[in-house]
Design a protein around this ligand. Structure first.
Ligand code: DAH
Length: 357
């Protein structure tokens, strides 16, 4: 066996025997490093006669290349094995319960969003969303608020600085613009629920400049006021978890619905708390109505073919009513004591069948 063959056998044997990346690198340095054995042989080429070099050159190059390839291949093998080992030992079972009792709490507003979505989800509504920064068209004009109409002023709108003669953008004053965005892009039948933040320049025990609404919209060929009433009465029963709800629909005005109605429900005071459903007083809980034909045509839907109903409600107040918070302002003060007291376990997701709260 020639010297070259002996060296090759030894080197390949050492490469195969290297059991980790460090051992392999030691073999590489010993054979192919600057002072390695094979590199040493390559250096002797310079002092050989041209004839000798002609046979030894290719032989040594071949030796070096084969050893180099063997090192690369073994390296890939060892890296793969190392990764496999890490994947095995660092595996996390996401289905295991957390070790510590979770400190975090779900804010009552988020809990109520979940509850409302669960109830309407059961009725076939899907959730839709839109941007907090709206343009005048979606927040007002498309919703049939005429230019200069006083209803625009009642919203205490936050305006952005206008840009190049365009109407100023606004922080949306209600979730109704999402009705427009959905109708502009989806064909009926439509059945959507829109939870979201809304903004008005207002601040006292029952008003904050940012608050939450849920909007609903149903568009189809034969929708009427009976559907609106049935749907909303069912909702209130499910939400307050009571068997009976006495409700009335009181005529009202919204530019985007005709006819429009505010929904009142009966309640009674029991000590400090309030029971919804029956009693001696009425409480207004939401606005609603049949979608105005102008709104349908503004969104490219033919009002002679389609009708629909819509509703909008303040979620913060619904949460106050259901869970007994007396003041709205602490909602947004990020006080951990308050959230621990009024917040919800994040792992329990509400469902109509499994229980809402
Ligand atoms: N956008 C109204 C508001 O913020 C609430 C509302 C009333 C929404 C009637 C509706 C509706 O969709 O039909 O005061």
């Amino acid at each position: 066996m020639s010297e070259i063959e002996t060296i090759e056998n030894e080197a390949l044997g050492a490469v195969a025997a290297a059991s980790d990346l460090a051992a392999l690198d030691a073999v590489r340095v010993a054979e192919l490093g600057k002072k390695g054995r094979i590199s040493g042989l390559m250096k002797t080429l310079g002092s050989m006669s041209p004839e000798e070099r002609q046979t030894m050159g290719p032989a040594l190059n071949g030796l070096r290349n084969r050893v180099q390839e063997a090192v690369e291949a073994r390296k890939a093998e060892l890296e793969e094995a190392e990764l496999e080992k890490r994947l095995q030992t660092e595996r996390i079972d996401m289905t295991l319960p957390p070790r510590a009792i979770p400190e975090g709490r779900l804010h009552p507003v988020m809990q109520v969003f979940e509850e409302v979505a669960a109830i309407f989800g059961d009725m076939g509504f899907t959730v839709a969303e839109g941007p907090d920064i709206e343009d005048d068209w979606h927040n007002f004009t498309a919703l049939n608020f005429p230019e200069g109409h006083p209803a625009r002023e009642t919203h205490d709108t936050f305006f952005f600085h206008p840009q190049q003669g365009a109407a100023p953008k606004v922080l949306r004053t209600h979730t109704s613009p999402v009705q427009v965005r959905v109708m502009e892009t989806q064909k009926p039948p439509i059945r959507i629920l829109v939870p979201g933040r809304v903004y008005r320049n207002d601040w006292d025990a029952t008003h904050t400049p940012m608050f939450h609404q849920v909007e609903g919209l149903v568009i189809d060929k034969a929708i009427h006021m009976g559907h609106l009433k049935g749907c909303l009465i069912d909702f209130v029963k499910e939400f307050f978890e009571v068997a009976n709800v006495e409700a009335r629909f009181r005529p009202h005005f919204f530019p985007f619905t005709e006819p429009s109605a505010e929904m009142d429900v009966k309640y009674r005071k029991v000590g400090e708390s309030i029971e919804i459903g029956e009693g001696d007083s009425w409480m207004e809980i939401l606005g609603s109505g049949m979608v105005h034909p102008n709104v349908l045509s503004n969104c490219g839907i033919d009002p002679d073919e389609y009708q629909g109903f819509a509703f909008g409600m303040g979620i913060d107040r619904l949460a106050m009513l259901k869970y007994g918070m007396p003041d709205l302002r602490p909602y947004f003060e990020a006080d951990a004591g308050w959230t621990r007291h009024y917040g919800f376990r994040p792992w329990l997701s509400p469902s109509v069948a499994g229980g809402l709260s």
